[in-house]
Design a protein around this ligand. Sequence first.
Ligand SMILES: Cc1ncc(COP(=O)(O)O)c(C=O)c1O
Length: 375
Amino acid sequence: MLPFVRPTIEDEDIAAVEAVLRSGWITTGPKAAEFERALGAYLGGNPLVRVFNSGTSALEVSLRAAGIGPGDEVIVPAMSFVASANVVLSAGATPVFVDVDLHTRNLTAAAVTPAISARTRAVMPVHFAGLAVDMAPIEALACQHQLRVIEDAAHAIGTRDHGRLIGSSGDLVCFSFHPNKNITTIEGGAVACFDPALAQRLERLRFFGIEKDAEGNMDVHAWGGKMNLTDVNSALGIVQLTRLEKFNTRRRELVKLYFQHLPKDPVLLPPADDAGHSWHMFAPLIAFAALGVTRYEFQQRLQAHGIGSGFHYPAMHLFAVYRKLGYQPGDCPNAERIGAETLTLPLFPAMSGADVQRVCSALHSVLEELSRAGA
Ligand SMILES: Cc1ncc(COP(=O)(O)O)c(C=O)c1O
């Protein structure tokens, strides 16, 4: 059985974790600080990097650090993992959903513009599946309307936008190191920003709001949570980061094979390609309804051929919690079509070229089985 995702954990990862476990200091400490420096060096552009216990925490704290709260609106693409919208609620603000491009799955300046209101304080571009949002027009809009830009780069460590690494510039750029991501700390996340005052707010919000003077006396002026990343997780991240470029190169090689061997059938729409794509996921759209099956039935058939698959994601505006804000089917047609037709195929660095061919021939077989059944 080929799963759709598997983290790459090797002896050096295990040795790094074991060393911290044996060191006598296992929560946040020198390894977390080293991971922050290593991420900053990798991204380039001198970002101030702060690590968190999840990508969700990174996003939530970024919104709060940017001063976003009750009464404010944040523009979010309707196609993303639900964390992207939930953090806006956590900060006390309101998500405003906009549609995405069918091929890139990303929001565009053209979709964001009409959603800007007097209450809009921020926009959250999500670099979906590892493909960069075209940031220059978004940044121009943000500048014109004085909006903060909180990038959800959960899928995008190693992604480039017109040759520039995501996180090497910007306002607040948030990464996730969940086990499905291109590198993992098991659970974990990071924020890259460029303003020392902002970085300090991130630190306080991350850890109880604690402020200390030179003698270590403590005060708390405002709320802070507990969202620090441990040294055990950080040690794993440091080692994983040294292999990120290798992992992403391998992902690109595997995707090239997918593009060569995928069935050329009008029911299957491959995702958009780009030189800067980090290929966190490979998810074509499949017109299940036209094939006379549900996605679940299609997945079961693939599974019978030994191929696992995933579903990323349902359109967020149609979740019950967001329908309460007034959203309904038809509001974001591309996100809704992606939500209905997307199927995540196996993609992880340890896969072989033969694995990709096995997935593609299973797809050919399932399509043939279905056309025979329909005939
Ligand atoms: C687009 C997106 N944003 C945010 C997150 C949240 O990251 P984490 O799981 O590290 O909290 C995820 C996680 O899958 C995600 O896919």
